[in-house]
Write a protein that binds this ligand. Sequence first.
Ligand code: 7GP
Length: 830
Amino acid sequence: ERGASLEPSHPLARGPVASPPHSVDAFVKEFLRELNYGQGVPLSRSSLNDQYLALARTVRGYLTARWLETARKRRSHTERAVGYLSAEYLLGRQLDNALLATDLTQIAEDALHACGIELDALRQVEVEPGLGNGGLGRLAACFIDSMATMGAPCIGYGLRYEYGIFKQTFVDGRQIEIPDNWLSMGDPWEIAHPEMEVPVHFGGHTERYVDEAGRDRVKWIHGWDVLGIRYNYMVPGYQNGVVNTLRLWRARATRAFDLDIFNAGDYAQAVRSQTFAENISKVLYPEDSTPQGKELRLQQQYFFVACSLYDFIKHTQPTDFDVRDLPERIIFQLNDTHPVIAIPELMRLLVDDYGLEWEDAWGITRQCFAYTCHTLLPEALEVWPVSLMERLLPRHMEIIYRINEGFLDEVREAYPGDELRVRRMSIIGDHPERSVRMAHLATVASVKVNGVAELHSQLLRDKVLNDFAELWPDKFTNVTNGVTPRRFVRQANPYLSKLITDTIGVGWVANLDRLEELEVYAEDEDFREKFRAVKAANKERITRVLQRRDGIALPEGHLLDVMVKRLHEYKRQSLKLLHIVTLYDGIISGRLDPASVTPRTVVFGAKAAPGYRMAKETIYLINSAATVINADPRVEGRLFMAFPANYNVTLAERLIPAADLSEQISLAGKEASGTGNMKFALNGALTIGTDDGANVEIRRLVGDDNFFLFGMDEPQVAELQARGYRPADYYETNENLRSAINLIASGHFTGGDRDAAGLFVGDLLSNDAFLALADYQSYMDAQARVEAYYADQEAWTKSAILNVARSGYFSSDRSMRDYIDRIWHVKTGV
Ligand code: 7GP
């Protein structure tokens, strides 16, 4: 019998076909189908990778049905969506999250079991997509998770790097970077659309002409092109049937390149120029909080932004869409300055391609963007040389000049005669070379500018962007960061999750404020015992993980003290090192009785930017100290240091739930927010921290009694720096500090090699830009308070429970609520 033809209006053609049923039998069937017909192997001959890919595709099948349904519902209404523009998404593994979102974890486990496979074995196969460096990239991943869970229309746009953040290994204690070839085994989560090509242009020059209507217009005569290829990823909401989209772009050479090859005498050279185009999405730049200023980086930025704007206008809107309605349809959130070139790109589209008048286009553009700043380090604010811009994006440079002209007129009108201010605020800077200040461009064009924690937003207003805040006070706002409780509590900490759910019900996973219902249980002895059992189980788990992953044997019964984050001087891993060395030095010099030292294991995790010398020296010294201290019998096993290589999202999920103490010790006024700090508090670690970033809010919420505060606050730091900071003063007057530094300088940890510690020690004594020595004694005192408090396990556990109960605020769902209310004004619940 011949099948009936499916007209486009036929229900089956309009899809989606129903999701497979939620049953073990159905899951087995889907899984075997994927294995047999997708991977082309019978179960009996399948490899672990075959099984993982088949499992991932099976789960993806369940997601797809919801994804199509979400898209169908959204097509029928015309409400505003969020376009999250981010050069980084540090996603972490996908499988568990997808299982949790679809409530299939148990079914999958049983189904695989029926096939003789352990789910846990397949979990280990997944390579995490490391398409981000650190906080900024992980935040983007949390935000898209929360938007889906709130049923809010959001599309994430970014780059599909072929190589993500490098894999770190240590050779003789020194960091070695290995390319992260994460796609080598195939990525079952992506859906490629090689047929969806978006043309992106570079180089060339511009020409003026007069159009039919007699208007002056500009034409960009392109120098060269690449194509953007679309890759979709599903972003599932937590058990709400919503699946949003993350759309990442890959660069491919145009056919013109192919033709060149065909015609060229020099075949090899022609293929090389093809590679040149495809290099754009080749690798993530591994710098964190420091801009690179490399041409390829600007190419990446423009490439993904141009693809995304084009895609939004041409592919997500109806064919009769009028670009004048853009502000009703979209708000683009700029995740730091990396996507800021989107502003002149939208102007170019509106003026050159759609023929709008400049003023109309500017009116529209100014409603379509909002900007989040993630730093306070002045050197971290991106600037691009005008010369580079002119060469790579000549039309955009003209547009930026024109935006700047209009903007500076506004400034002059508000502050007549204040040319100094005009120069400070200009989008174009003159020193050390003429360049475009991307943060200024972003601020001028955006509806709102936000910092990522209260203190950070205040310092943005008062310092970094002060002139702008004076001109437009209402433009500035704060949205304190958050983290997704699905990944960082529910998945990462199944033991704690079960205890919470058994105690207050399951509602907390999508409504984290409900954790406050745990508050009363801090006084419940039985609950405290269970809470301690959870911690103990998590310590056993991390012990197994580190043994298997790194061959590290963690001692038992120690206070677990964890400092995990990118290696940066402002974060002060150096201060943590000074603390441990001081204890060790005290013991070996006989000043400190080892029996009086709280048994403590310090775990570091940190990648250094490959070109960041001081950061790499710090890694080397930490590793060297670990080798010596761990092996020294005089310590009597009371101090242990571990530095597992390649800290990533997967390791964070295992490590954070086991921690007793969370190290958040940046110099006040330098860490914009921190988000690791939130993950630790939510998993029942106590924080030792400065008055910096979101620590301020964590301390206010959990209470002073449940937080170890130390160090100068930001005004004190500013004052000391204004007075003139001399680190040597502290070295000379603090005996323990001097002795610890001397021990490092003597080569004790570096096999007698004094030079090996020279850079580190030399900088601390003569420069110490982040005032580690000034905060040293205060830090040591706070660590002594930690030891005393830890001795009282009942008191410590109470505090740990209160940290959990009072940290619901740090859900990224709440952050999204704040963005929606204050900036985006989009509807939720679809
Ligand atoms: C980070 C900030 O350093 C961190 O404090 C914050 O929690 C995080 O963003 C999320 O807001 N910044 C970056 O990762 C970064 O690369 C580039 O900043 C300016």
